[in-house]
Design a protein around this ligand. Structure first.
Ligand SMILES: NC(=O)c1ccc[n+]([C@@H]2O[C@H](COP(=O)([O-])OP(=O)(O)OC[C@H]3O[C@@H](n4cnc5c(N)ncnc54)[C@H](O)[C@@H]3O)[C@@H](O)[C@H]2O)c1
Ligand SMILES: O=C(O)[C@H]1O[C@H](OP(=O)(O)OP(=O)(O)OC[C@H]2O[C@@H](n3ccc(=O)[nH]c3=O)[C@H](O)[C@@H]2O)[C@H](O)[C@@H](O)[C@@H]1O
Length: 348
């Protein structure tokens, strides 16, 4: 089947190559009519919510491969021991030989403090890790979805960002291991698609938040909520006018599954177009969670994008998807989870 795809410049490309046949092992005595799905990075924030949704379907068997760098078994504890679930300690920079029908490839540290902690490992994860997962997809004929990022647009000069925008990225900066790493991962996906007929899907995810984020993850929403609950100042990095658009995790997971199940390769932006400055976000968290807390301006890090907002026309048209949860409704759900984990009760 020919697959439509855009090269990101609005020009459409097609491939007439058939996807390779699944490995013969897939039809061996172990064959089951279930859909066997690999989620790399499934012990992380988005991955564990995705696993919850996939496990709701009794026809799905889910295998998680994770090295626990930023993820945790705790996020998956309700599935450990379930007959349709398997958890493997595995680093995607090493090959993985299993039989699966679909691959959601999420494995990669996502918070700037973690991806900058060991930049060489981050780029290996994005490049070698994605090559390994594409090799697996090729061997077994699986469809593979990559969770790319709005960071491929860098510090964008076009606002809001459509998928056709090629971005404004510093190739040698401290964020490059992540944003250039994801750009190479996207390139590899399209090269395997064009050269080997692999069925690919690419999601460009914009800042996503929700329960189970690492409490000390360093990303802005988790920082502000943890700070508000601990009664510490909310640290707005200068100048505070930089913007982000925050998507609640259940909406995002819904978009990922629609993309995987649909017929479009992407890349497709998945995010909530509601745009806020970091000062506005701090004021909202303060008002909703702890009106007594102070807001403090602190130094920023290099190459911080000044604005970011998704154009989601493509997701609406091709996936029938748009986010439902507003920031003011999502923040209290995250607050509840953080209160439980931090052991901070609600004041009467
Ligand atoms: N949360 C967001 O706002 C956002 C935005 C854009 C893109 N993304 C992408 O979505 C994916 C998940 O992000 P998240 O927010 O859940 O982050 P996360 O840090 O909670 O999850 C990442 C998971 O990948 C695992 N991992 C990291 N390196 C690995 C390796 N080499 N081998 C195996 N496992 C490895 C981690 O242990 C963790 O469980 C990432 O690919 C990220 O780039 C997230
Ligand atoms: O959505 C994306 O595409 C990417 O977003 C994030 O990148 P970033 O937007 O920089 O995420 P944060 O660290 O949460 O920072 C957001 C903004 O908040 C600011 N910030 C952060 C932390 C803080 O305590 N205070 C604060 O003002 C930062 O300066 C930045 O302007 C991460 O890199 C990835 O999870 C993801 O791929």
């Amino acid at each position: 089947m020919a697959t439509d795809s855009s090269n990101g410049n609005g020009h459409h490309q097609t491939t007439t190559k058939q996807p390779p046949l699944p490995s013969p092992l897939r039809f061996s005595k172990f064959f089951q009519s279930n859909m066997r799905i690999l989620v790399t990075g499934g012990a992380g924030f988005i991955g564990s919510h995705l696993v919850d949704r996939l496990m709701e379907n009794e026809k799905n068997e889910v295998i998680v491969a994770d090295n626990y760098f930023t993820g945790s078994k705790d996020n998956l504890k309700k599935w450990i021991g379930h007959p349709r679930f398997e958890l493997i300690r595995h680093d995607v920079t090493e090959p993985l030989l299993i039989e699966v029908d679909q691959i959601y490839h999420l494995a990669c540290p996502a918070s700037p403090i973690f991806y900058k902690y060991n930049p060489v490992k981050t780029i290996k994860t994005n490049v070698i890790g994605t090559l390994n997962m594409l090799g697996l997809a090729k061997r077994v004929g699986a469809r593979i979805l990559l969770t790319s990022t709005s960071e491929v647009y860098g510090d964008p000069l076009v606002h809001p960002q459509p998928e056709s925008y090629w971005g404004n990225v510093n190739p040698i900066g401290v964020r490059s291991c992540y944003d250039e790493g994801k750009r190479v991962a996207e390139t590899l996906m399209f090269d395997y698609h064009r050269q080997h007929g692999i069925e690919i899907r690419i999601a460009r995810i914009f800042n996503t938040y929700g329960p189970r984020m690492n409490i000390d993850d360093g990303r802005v929403v988790s920082n502000f909520i943890a700070q508000a609950l601990r009664g510490e100042p909310l640290t707005v990095q200068c100048p505070g006018t930089q913007t982000r658009s925050f998507c609640y995790v259940s909406d995002l997971v819904d978009g990922l599954i629609r993309l995987m199940e649909g017929s479009n390769t992407g890349p497709i932006n998945l995010g909530n177009p509601g745009e806020f400055t970091m000062t506005e976000l701090a004021e909202t968290v303060k008002e909703l969670i702890n009106p007594g807390v102070e807001i403090k301006m602190v130094e920023n890090t290099p190459d911080d994008p000044r604005q970011r907002k998704p154009d989601i026309t493509k997701a609406k048209e091709l996936l029938g998807w748009e986010p439902k949860v507003k920031l003011r409704d999502g923040l209290p759900r995250m607050e509840e989870d953080f209160r439980l984990r931090l052991g901070v009760g609600k004041k009467n």
